[in-house]
Design a protein around this ligand. Sequence first.
Ligand SMILES: [Zn+2]
Length: 453
Amino acid sequence: MLALAALLAAEPALAAPVATVADARELLEKGVGFDTVKGRGKVPAYAEYLKSVLVAAGFAPGSISIEPVGETANLHLVWKGKGNDAPMAITGHMDVVEADPKDWVRDPFKAVEDGGYLFGRGVGDNKFDVSMVVATLAALKKSGFTPGRDIHLFLSGDEETEGVTADLQAKQAKAAGVEFMLNSDGGGGELDANGKPLGYSLSAAEKTYADYRLTVTNPGGHSSRPTSPNAIAQLAAATAKIDAYRFPVQINEITRASLIAEGTKKGGDLGKAMVAFARNPDDAAAVAVLRADPGSIGQIATTCVPTMVNGGHAPNALPQKATLTVNCRIFPGVTVESVRKTLEGVVADPAVKIETGQEWVSTPASPLRSDIVAAVTKAVTAARKGVVPTPAMDAGASDSVYYRALGIPSYGVSGLFMKSDDVFMHGLNERIPLAAIGPALTHWSTLITELAK
Ligand SMILES: [Zn+2]
């Protein structure tokens, strides 16, 4: 590190300092050891550990706050910059999904190396990038680097569950004048079976997640004296209508770019349909092909599917109540209420009551800012020669929703490249290839120094 720092001082045109693989790996391995599952109260201890690493690198203890949020915590580092530009934020989450040691081959809360992989709960989601970001900020600080703008690091503690911390952090980011946010828990690269990079997704939009509840209530009665309508039959008719309905297709600059890139790479009927749709969303033949493909239908429209059903209370009684849960993934820019109204129109039965139950955060797509695209391109190319990022829209929701909802454009820019067979996030035997650490450090160092010049 010292030699690098000296070199940098002598020759400012050199690439930014990159953390060592050993330092980053230690952070990741120790991080997995904190079982930051909901309900165990371990997030604050993990946050204290990360803070200690940052303080050891030269950050003032007062620049890092660890604010309790229920049993979890909000870690917030403010790195004061030169003020050349408005502040930027980097986010990640310290919590992990539950893991039952009974089901795992190895102890999920002990990082274990095997066959070129590091195993453990959270080793990918999201402790990999959290460790890479913290190692990078520590290395930059040690080298004497001063960012051109303030950098806010926000690590949340309940991303996998309630999302209360990120909601709070997004408000703090807004109050601090944060201009855009880089989410370490989104985007990322793909490797082929031989470990060669296939591509990189720069996540700039997310579909809105919303559940709707459909309820039919009837007076009920004895099953030997059938009356019409029957609550279960009414709900079944509504269910069939929703199942058959297809929302109108939509496109934005992000899905257009990703469909062209993916379609060109893929080829075949599906690839051709992706490109044809991107060029002309009214192409009915292309729409039919994409709607039939589970991996594509969500990219071209809002989707809603019946997921849970409940009805009746006794085998020999007419049902007094039947309920259906419909899960929707809503296209960016479409409101949760307008989808509710559409479902009402599709069902077309006033006896079926449709409600959302809770408020779901709906968000716009983030604009493909040229400074962000250029910096991410530089970072991805520096880490993996020849790879260029493609904009992407994610089907799921992350901490980015809270920022986008407040008008802070957010970008999923993970430094992790994985084979699709190796992706066990949330599942059993979660793992990452150890060879991913080095390039990820180059990625983060390039990205941060590019955007905070
Ligand atoms: Zn995650």
